[in-house]
Write a protein of this length. Sequence first.
Length: 141
Amino acid sequence: MAITDKEFETANRRGAEKKATFPAAVSVRYDRRVARVVITLATGLELAFSPKHAQGLEHAHPADLADAEVTPSGLGIHFPRLDADIYIPALLEGFLGSKRWIAAQIGKIGGATKSEAKTAAARENGKLGGRPKKKKELAAA
């Protein structure tokens, strides 16, 4: 698939607009003392977040985060050992992952919530024999 000159120019224009709208990252490091990824922006602002709250970094070991690097555009952070990236504009807008990933995280929180109603429903289901067992399908011979 060939890229036309017009598509190339449009992409460059969009990139320039993003760079003008959002400050670029100038450095990134992993601070082991507080277990946070720390990003310094060109404005002097430092952003820090826990890797366990970012998609692709949630199971990372400190050694995996130590060699993070700023992308050439300054709008991203790349973690080579994890093959994961953080997009600075999305980070500044409060997103540490895709919409689907964030929804899954929220679902985990909701599923872990305990209430009297959930407890009562679980007891009632238990009296009925609990969850039905999955039927094993026989392989077609």
